[in-house]
Design a protein around this ligand. Structure first.
Ligand SMILES: Cc1cc2nc3c(=O)[nH]c(=O)nc-3n(C[C@H](O)[C@H](O)[C@H](O)COP(=O)(O)O)c2cc1C
Length: 179
């Protein structure tokens, strides 16, 4: 069984999270091919998908959206999990509530495009040099603190639940890959 852990990243933290998810799947005996979604040659060759993108302006990056749209027929018949990488943990004070709202906004967008088992919003790495001066001012107004907010325990726990569902004793009937 080979699962695609596909990702789209601007500054690398989504790639690192995809690699950790792939490593957890491998620890459970599941073949995981971790690669950028825009480099996938034959999506039909995978039996399941874990797809994740960095979030910019409350949406997935264009190449991730293009993959989901372009492979709609393939994804429709196979188990799919989605994750987004944003910055909910970087927010302070009254803005903390933004995280759950962002997760709902993203889940609504994504579930309209692909029938996924689950969607998770993780926090990634957000640094001053990632944004313009104007963006920095907006971040200051929102109480953003730059930093590395990847929560590896949370990511690994989620990946383990995906692996449990994919494992032969789990509940997921896997589609046959196209020959
Ligand atoms: C231009 C820009 C826009 C962003 N917009 C959002 C957003 O709307 N929501 C959010 O949660 N995070 C947002 N972020 C934070 C990134 O999603 C976060 O830093 C993530 O870790 C980036 O992943 P990457 O390192 O794979 O590019 C934004 C970051 C940048 C640079």
């Amino acid at each position: 069984m080979t699962i695609l852990v596909g990702y789209a990243t601007a500054h690398g933290s989504t790639r690192s999270i995809a690699e950790r998810i792939g490593a957890v799947l491998a620890e459970h005996g599941i073949g995981a091919d971790v690669r950028p979604m825009d480099e996938v040659k034959d999506a039909a060759g995978y039996e399941g998908f874990v797809l994740g993108s960095a979030v910019h302006s409350h949406a997935w990056l264009a190449e991730a959206g293009d993959f989901v749209a372009g492979q709609h027929g393939v994804l429709a018949g196979r188990p799919v999990w989605l994750f987004s990488v944003g910055m909910p943990a970087a927010l302070r004070g009254p803005w903390r509530g933004f995280g759950p709202k962002e997760e709902t906004v993203l889940a609504d967008q994504l579930h309209a495009r692909v029938d996924a088992r689950e969607h998770r919003l993780f926090s990634g790495v957000f640094q001053r040099e990632h944004v313009s001066f104007a963006g920095h001012l907006v971040c200051r107004a929102l109480g953003v603190r730059y930093g590395d907010y990847r929560n590896w325990a949370e990511i690994e726990a989620w990946a383990s639940t995906v692996a449990d569902e994919l494992s032969p004793s789990g509940s997921t009937p896997l589609a046959r890959p196209a020959v």
